[in-house]
Design a protein around this ligand. Sequence first.
Ligand SMILES: Cc1cc2nc3c(=O)[nH]c(=O)nc-3n(C[C@H](O)[C@H](O)[C@H](O)COP(=O)(O)O)c2cc1C
Length: 384
Amino acid sequence: MSIDFHPTAPRPVEETEPLRDSRETNPMFNDQKMKLGLFGTNCSYGLVMSHAPSTYEVTWAHTKEIAQRADALGLEALVPIARWKGFGGTTNFNGNCFETYTWAAGLAEATENIAIFATSHLPTVHPIVAAKMATTIDRISGGRFGLNLVMGWVTPELAMFGEQRQQEDRYAFGQEWIDYVLQLWGEKGSFEHHGTYFDGVNLESYPKPVQAPRPVLINAGNSKSGIDFSARNVDINFASLDTLENMKDYTTAIKDKARNDYGRPLSTMTYGLVVARDTEKEAKEVFQQVIDMGDYGAAENVINIALSGSAGSFEHAREFQERFVAGWGGYPLVGTPEQVVEGLGQLNEAGMDGMIMGLVDYNEELKYFGERVMPLMVQAGLRQ
Ligand SMILES: Cc1cc2nc3c(=O)[nH]c(=O)nc-3n(C[C@H](O)[C@H](O)[C@H](O)COP(=O)(O)O)c2cc1C
């Protein structure tokens, strides 16, 4: 017996069309020269592999307070870490962690203007489920949602889901995954998908997201296949780089690639620990305390994974052990508000369109950041 599930009356337009242009609804497309976000406020210890004192904790009340403070300050983005297992050591770094789609849904309701991302390990979610969750969060947030597409490079956690693919194959899988999600977001009527990894018939997904042409996409691939994936598919690439010179080369190359090979614009952002204090001495002491109280067991595990699992993206990991302890391998900005703004300006000149920050104590330090650093960014022409 065949049952026809197709509706016999036309679907209403609110179901079949995206509601608004993402450039109007999503702050990732605003005209701030140097965008700002927070990274890792859903996972224990955030970006800091250390017992350095902090009030930061992974409770719903606390993560929500951070989000609301960032929103009130006018930051552009909240980007969570996708994590299923801690890195061991005395902190079990990142091991106490909220799942990111559901986290984003809660924060979408709790905030007004900021863009909220889910960081999705693509092999762990079926495209039909992901497309629908993303649409739902986009609707909750009024078009402020975005997806950070990650392939999964931390083998012990991906092993929780079964066997992990080889690096190249991860991006081939990711390409089919996002193509499938784009179909689900865009296609009207029912369609089929026949690929290498997924097979589906009589497919549909309603309603469509708020954002047209689609919710904002980011990817942090830094290997050859990761860079190609970003250039082809996303709005923003996140890069993990050590020097300003390397950043300049990287941002120029990846933006050129997106434009020349795929005819699309691409922005780039980086990340790192920001420590701003009234004096340089004070800021350096706080940074040093993070290092002195570091969890070198966890850091060693992270570095070993970074060296073995990422096809060269973290090739300087061993050399930069302190940067891992204090900022997950990102680019640190430590000093007075003036020095931090100078650093943000240098990143911007190196082609970075924004930075997602780790803070030792997100909630407390955000207050200072809003009062002392952001006004100087306006003076420096980095923000309006
Ligand atoms: C800013 C940033 C955020 C990232 N967030 C995550 C994450 O939350 N979970 C994860 O498994 N990988 C994350 N990654 C890892 C990347 O997705 C990517 O796999 C890694 O940079 C290695 O690059 P490759 O996959 O091109 O080798 C992140 C990387 C960067 C630079």
